[in-house]
Design a protein around this ligand. Structure first.
Ligand code: C2E
Ligand code: CA
Ligand code: CA
Length: 468
């Protein structure tokens, strides 16, 4: 019906309807559907509003970030529906327990937040914890939730919303790494850590384009002959003041800052350029590159890697991409897509750090995984701890039957190598053979070991000649 002929009261009704609909849509967009609490988006704008008001009125505001402990375990054992019930109950407890104009929100997953003007943040955190950890019954089972809380206070700790959140997160993270079930407030120790990280961030952003992060190489050897069959690429940062830094000093923060992709690409390009001639000359068969689980979250990761690889002189069949199991657990569907896309081009996939996590044997059967790298923690105990020795023997046996190659990592002692060799492990890597080294040194090492092998025939041949 044309507007001109619509009666004014009908028009008013329709306007009101549209208005109500708009409000509902807006509310739904700001509400977490499981708990009915404000979601992350709504929470962030609420935090900004509250901080502005606090600034104007010279008041303090505390931000509590709450994370349930062992929530994944509950989800895995009782099922996702039970997990949802627990989250809904936590939401209800936060809403019902709000004091003096507090706002609670669900930030996502099992993470919640409370904005509060409580004077005594310690007392408030303790009350929050005791409320949230009351036992409850889910499907007839008594569940005792456990939670951790991180706190940061405006204006004592930070003046803007994003710093306040980051600092509360740091406090939370510290509690979590110390076993959870507690609260912790941002303090001088965390402030010093924050400053260290900021310096590191600035330096890292400068170092990547400056080419300070470069590939080093560690040989992987054939257990039977000692011949170097391949190399693993390991990143090193040539820091202008601190000297050579290993990945432990910069990979975790680079992952957090979203810079790891740039590092991996730079290391990959340089490593391929250096190692392609080694492969072409037959000095090695393949090179292995590490990729961060963060890289793999990019749905275009495998396509991009194939494109980068095609710009190098390295054949796809001479590249192994090392991924960790954690990623398989995070997003199996995406992992499968990347792995299958790479495998279709001839790129090999290695499962790194096997034996540290879930050691998902099913993944080995269902995915085109070529190599498994047995973690150093297992190799260390081999020959000393009977159970580990048995486990490694069984793993080697299973790998052979699945047609998966095993590389033992971190072999430091001749006794470990002897055990592994006897158990049928074909490839080894570790300080016993060589430490990681820069490209030039690696090239010399490869030439020397090739010459050495050419000069000295392999032991079994000698033995046969002597017998003849
Ligand atoms: P990883 O992939 O498990 O690499 C093996 C680590 O064990 C390397 O440490 C290597 O130097 C060390 N290693 C090798 N043999 C022995 C041994 O006999 N004894 C002992 N104690 N250690 C040995 P590194 O180079 O410090 O690298 C640490 C981790 O950093 C790597 O573990 C890998 O996960 C990560 N990483 C290294 N380079 C890169 C990179 O370019 N990108 C990404 N995303 N991660 C990297
Ligand atoms: Ca690796
Ligand atoms: Ca490893």
């Amino acid at each position: 019906m044309p507007i001109s002929r619509t009666r004014p009261d009908e028009l008013a009704r329709r306007v009101a309807e549209l208005e109500a609909e708009r409000e509902l849509t807006l509310r739904l967009a700001q509400t977490d559907s499981l708990t009915g609490l404000p979601n992350r988006g709504a929470f962030t704008s609420e935090l900004c509003t509250r901080l502005e008001a606090a600034r104007a009125q010279d008041r303090r505001v505390a931000l509590f970030i709450i994370d349930l402990d062992r929530f994944k375990h509950l989800n895995d054992t009782l099922g996702h529906h039970a997990g949802d019930l627990l989250l809904a109950e936590m939401g209800e407890r936060l809403r019902a327990g709000a004091q003096g104009g507090e706002v609670s929100a669900r930030l996502g997953g099992d993470e919640f937040a409370v904005i509060s003007e409580a004077e005594d943040v310690g007392a408030r955190a303790r009350r929050l914890l005791s409320r949230l950890t009351q036992p409850l019954s889910i499907y007839g089972r008594v569940v005792s939730p456990s939670a951790s809380v991180g706190v940061a206070v405006y204006p004592d700790d930070a003046c803007d919303a994003s710093d306040l959140q980051r600092f509360a997160d740091m406090a939370l993270y510290r509690v979590k790494t110390r076993g959870g079930r507690r609260w912790s407030v941002f303090d001088a120790e965390l402030r010093a850590e924050n400053e260290r990280r900021q310096t590191l961030e600035t330096e890292l952003r400068r170092a990547i384009p400056a080419g300070e992060i470069e590939p080093w190489f560690q040989p992987v050897v054939d257990s039977a002959t000692g011949r170097v069959t391949g190399v693993e690429v390991l990143a090193r940062w040539n820091h202008p003041e601190q000297g050579l830094l290993t990945p432990a000093a910069f990979v975790p923060i680079a992952e957090e800052l979203g810079l790891i992709g740039q590092i991996d690409q730079a290391v990959f390009d340089t490593a391929c350029a250096r190692a392609a001639p080694w492969v072409a000359e037959g000095l090695i068969e393949s090179i292995s590159c590490n990729v961060s689980p963060r890289d793999l979250l990019d749905p275009a990761f495998s396509r991009k890697l194939i494109r980068r690889l095609s710009r190098t002189a390295l054949p796809a069949t001479a590249l192994t991409v090392e991924i960790t199991e954690t990623f398989l657990l995070q997003d199996l569907a995406l992992a499968r897509r990347h792995i299958e896309r790479l495998a279709a081009k001839g790129v090999r996939i290695a499962l790194d750090d096997f034996g540290t996590g879930y050691s998902n044997v099913r993944a080995l059967m269902n995915l085109p995984i070529h190599t498994v790298k047995l973690d150093r923690s297992l190799i260390e105990a081999v020959g000393r701890d009977v159970r580990v020795s048995k486990l490694v023997t069984t793993m080697l046996h299973a790998a052979r039957s699945l047609d998966v190659r095993i590389v033992a990592e971190g072999v430091e002692e001749a006794a470990q190598a002897a055990f592994l060799r006897a158990a049928g492990c074909e490839r080894m890597q570790g300080y016993l053979f060589a430490r990681p080294m820069p490209a030039d040194a690696m090239e010399n090492h490869l030439r020397e070991s090739a010459e050495g092998l050419a000069a000295a025939p392999a032991a079994p041949v000698l033995a046969r000649r002597r017998r003849a």
